[in-house]
Design a protein around this ligand. Structure first.
Ligand code: NAD
Length: 372
């Protein structure tokens, strides 16, 4: 079983295997080939991989005869010739946004496995790339906000007078939101947070933050399907907008993380609401790539509207490339090793996980979510 670890396209600093996971794959009996320079942007040198027992080579030799191709993002279909027919591509494949690419994997005879489609079940927690990367993104969002804010986060009593604590509001309390709350609290801000899932209220309180919830209209009880939110009723959206309007004018920092799988991100802050915020306030929109929670947010850019800085996050986990790669790589190793069949010398998937993440097989797109 040969596993190929590709160097990512320009702009992606993470890598899909570390020396640690390369060594573990080798211990399972796999041969690991790493494309030259694959780990460079994540502070891992070629010699680190070699010391872990991997072969380091150019792209063609890395791919030659590979049974499994690992990536952080889906590789360009034109760039992966030479792998075995039916080779697996295991990566974060953005199946909805990159549909043409998925079709090309099918046409190329690859079996593409989208790690972001991993079901949210207990045994797959250690394989969940969305959680591992969102956690880092939530942390970095709070740090970015603090660094861009022209004032301090903690209250400080000095001989020259008092600096008041920043007020931070986190919208969307999933994995990223929880870490954003925890980090903003550690930095000394006064934190409040909101979500549509009422189960998050207690989690917000347990982190020492104040829950701000729509009380008169039902939200989503419990965790919903697989822990994900769905789109809310118009009545709920109106009540939420009113609540946000009255709260947001008093906030200095807002971090938005609200996502609905397979749909554009819900719009949570309008331009009119932005206009009520104090000049110099900072917003980090972690949903910018999915269309944005904040009106006017642009992924990968910082824009200023009504004196408020809006940071449109883009692949923010990759700015912590070393940690993000370590966690991502372990997710991939935990996944493949959990299904490792000693006799076959490679992984054999079961239906529950295999059918959830498999996008293509035998020249066709086979995933139910893509076939509608
Ligand atoms: P996500 O990234 O899909 O969304 C982020 C948050 O935005 C969610 O909390 C969601 O409820 C919220 N949101 C959506 N629409 C909103 C709106 N209009 N207003 C305010 N908030 C809105 O979510 P996530 O971070 O992936 O996690 C969601 C849940 O799934 C969490 O409870 C998490 O613990 C759970 N989870 C379970 C597993 C597992 O069991 N394997 C793995 C990961 C996450």
């Amino acid at each position: 079983m040969k596993i190929a670890v590709l160097k990512e396209a320009v702009g992606e600093n993470r890598v899909s295997a570390t020396p640690e996971t390369a060594k573990k794959f080798a211990a399972l009996g796999a041969q690991v080939a790493v494309e030259k320079g694959a780990g460079e942007a994540a502070s891992i040198s070629d010699s680190d991989y070699e010391a872990a027992g991997a072969m380091v080579a150019d792209r063609n030799s890395t791919l030659a005869g590979a049974d499994i191709i690992l990536g952080v993002r889906g590789p360009d279909p034109a760039s992966i010739n030479g792998a075995k027919p039916g080779a697996w591509i295991v990566a974060s494949l953005a199946p909805f946004a990159e549909r043409a690419r998925i079709d090309a994997y099918a046409a190329g005879g690859f079996e593409a496995l989208a790690m972001e489609f991993m079901p949210r079940i207990t045994r797959a927690q250690s394989m969940d790339i969305l959680s591992s990367q969102s956690n880092l993104a939530g942390y970095k969002a709070a740090v970015l906000a603090a660094s861009e804010y022209g004032r301090a986060f903690p209250m400080m009593m000095t001989a020259a007078g008092t600096v008041s604590a920043a007020r931070a509001f986190v919208m969307g309390v999933g994995v990223a939101g929880l870490q954003a709350i925890a980090t903003a609290r550690r930095l000394g801000a006064q934190v409040s947070a909101t979500d549509v899932r009422s189960a998050t209220k207690e989690q917000i309180q347990s982190l020492g933050a104040k829950p701000i919830f729509v009380e008169n209209v039902e939200g989503i009880e419990g965790e919903g399907t697989g822990g994900y939110a769905t789109e809310m009723s118009e009545e709920y959206q109106r009540a939420q907008a009113e609540l946000v309007s009255s709260h947001i004018a008093k906030q200095d920092i807002v971090i938005t993380t609200a996502l609905i799988p397979g749909r554009p991100a819900p719009r949570l802050i309008s331009d009119a609401q932005l206009a009520t915020m104090r000049r110099g306030s900072v917003i980090v929109d972690l949903a910018a790539e999915a269309g944005g929670n904040v009106e006017g947010a642009v992924a990968g850019e910082t824009v200023i509207r009504h004196g408020v800085k809006i940071i449109g996050a883009s692949n923010i986990a990759a700015t912590l490339a070393a940690d993000a790669s370590a966690l991502f790589s372990r997710n991939l190793y935990n996944f493949l090793s959990a299904f490792w069949d000693k006799e076959r010398g490679g992984p054999v998937l079961d239906e529950e996980i295999g059918d959830a993440i498999r996008l293509t097989r035998d020249g066709k797109v086979v995933n139910a979510r893509l076939l509608g």
